[in-house]
Ligand binder design. Structure first.
Ligand SMILES: Cc1cc2nc3c(=O)[nH]c(=O)nc-3n(C[C@H](O)[C@H](O)[C@H](O)COP(=O)(O)OP(=O)(O)OC[C@H]3O[C@@H](n4cnc5c(N)ncnc54)[C@H](O)[C@@H]3O)c2cc1C
Length: 416
């Protein structure tokens, strides 16, 4: 019997999971299938090393479609068959045990992303998966039930796992969108997500300040996204997890050339009501009328941020608290509670963690991830039009969808 070949394009999170699951399933079925990963970079899994600031927020225990954008039926179907518990077991079987932090975030017990990549690489090697690095697949054709990659690589089935366009230095340069498109798969508009927000009226003196805050993105008068947590003020605007989480709405607005106005409102004391902020300032004024305004807010926020709030409220930092009228205090309260910033955009793909948009999931079987009109073609991971918020949800999708594509590619080849 001729040996069949399964090619996996992309050796990132979903491609490695797909190849390993395929090899294990193939071994269990005693099928004679050669599995080859093609990776355009000199090494596989470069992005995995950067995840979770090098600690790899590998999954989340509370995977739920509310944390994802994209086809909710497809998400339910894949996560029902390839659950987080299965994924935990998948990593345990390679010696990777996990630790849980806040909000169901899982990390390898080593808290080192390198241990996750090593485990995947060693298991791929152990299973006899061939890894061809420095090999970018630039062309794909289908002839008589066979796929031809780069004119001279023949394959009986293909899994496209090349990711999106985010962080291209880590390999995902969008080329797999072109491959899928050349086979007639529609690519829905792509734009960067989980990235920083560029503001027009930013205060550059705030660069490097980190402080709690709540942000709202308001598009034509309607709040379209909001998040709370530690904000990081930068020279271009605002970053940190809350900013990253709302960046999708900003990116989408500009990428899709949506009409109208988009602004950001920041509440710098989310645990205080406006009345409490007002009373706090009045009390401070009564207690120490001679205090300089620059020290007014130092007890509730970083001094630089307090000074920026004063400046936005047109209050001099060197004025005494005694000079603050009720009107000025009311205006400062409003600025602290809801300062409005004009947005000029979001940072681009290279600075984003994930790509929104991608291959139209309606064109893929919801249980197998095989293209409906092209037998033997599978896709998984970020190349599909699925993306999520921070917290381990994107990698959860990469593992589950990768394992799904791997298993079903072997089923397809075994029945072919
Ligand atoms: C800095 C950063 C931190 C992140 N942290 C987290 C986190 O902690 N938790 C989390 O859940 N998610 C995180 N993410 C998101 C997560 O890493 C991705 O969603 C996930 O890696 C996507 O997996 P993938 O396999 O689809 O694509 P990728 O991991 O991008 O892998 C695609 C691979 O395919 C290769 N490739 C592309 N095109 C071709 C081609 N034509 N031929 C050959 N090879 C090709 C690429 O070189 C790459 O190795 C982070 C992302 C970034 C950038």
């Amino acid at each position: 019997m001729n040996q069949k070949v399964l090619s996996v394009i992309g050796g990132g999170a979903s491609g490695l999971a797909a190849a390993i699951e395929a090899a294990r399933f193939s071994k269990a079925k005693n099928s004679n299938i050669k599995i080859i990963i093609y990776e355009r970079l000199p090494k596989v899994g470069k992005k995995i090393l950067a995840t979770g600031n090098g600690r790899c927020n590998i999954m989340n225990t509370s995977v739920n479609k509310k944390y994802y954008h994209g086809d909710s039926k497809l998400l339910s179907s894949i996560f029902e068959n390839f659950t987080i518990e299965n994924n935990i077991e998948f990593f345990r079987s390679m010696g990777i045990y996990l630790a849980e932090e806040d909000d169901g975030r899982l990390y390898p017990l080593s808290f080192q992303a390198s241990s996750v990549l090593d485990a995947l690489r060693f298991e791929a090697e152990n299973l006899g998966i061939e890894i061809k690095c420095d090999t970018k697949i630039e062309k794909i054709k289908r002839n008589n039930n066979v796929f031809i990659l780069n004119e001279n690589i023949y394959s009986d089935a293909v899994i496209i796992a090349g990711g999106g366009k985010s962080a291209s230095v880590q390999g995902s340069d969008g080329s797999c969108f072109d491959l899928l498109s050349s086979l007639g798969i529609k690519i829905r508009p792509t734009f960067p997500s989980l990235t920083g927000i560029v503001l027009k009226n930013k205060n550059k003196a705030l660069k490097g300040v980190r402080a709690a805050g709540e942000i709202y993105i308001v598009e034509n008068g309607t709040v379209v996204a909001s998040s709370e947590g530690e904000l990081q003020y930068t020279d271009y605007g605002i970053s940190g997890i809350p900013a990253m989480e709302v960046s999708r709405a900003v990116s989408e607005h500009f990428a899709l050339h949506k009409k109208g106005k988009i602004i950001m409102a920041v509440n710098s004391l989310p645990d205080f009501t406006p009345e409490e902020i007002f009373d706090y300032i009045i009390t401070r004024k009564k207690q120490n009328p001679n205090l300089l305004c620059e020290d007014l807010l130092s007890g509730v926020m970083p001094k630089k941020l307090g000074m920026a709030k004063l400046s936005s409220a047109s209050i001099s930092c060197t004025a005494r608290l005694s000079t603050l009228t009720k009107n000025k205090i009311a205006f400062l309260t409003e600025i602290i509670n809801s300062e409005i910033f004009e947005i000029s955009g979001a940072l681009g793909f290279d600075n984003s963690q994930v790509t929104a948009g991608g291959a139209d999931t309606k064109l893929f079987n919801q249980t197998t991830l095989e293209a409906k009109n092209i037998n033997g073609l599978f896709a998984c991971g970020e190349v599909l039009d699925i993306d999520a918020v921070c917290g381990g949800f994107n990698l959860s999708w990469a593992w589950s969808s990768g394992r799904c594509a791997g298993t079903n590619a072997i089923k397809y080849l075994s029945e072919k």
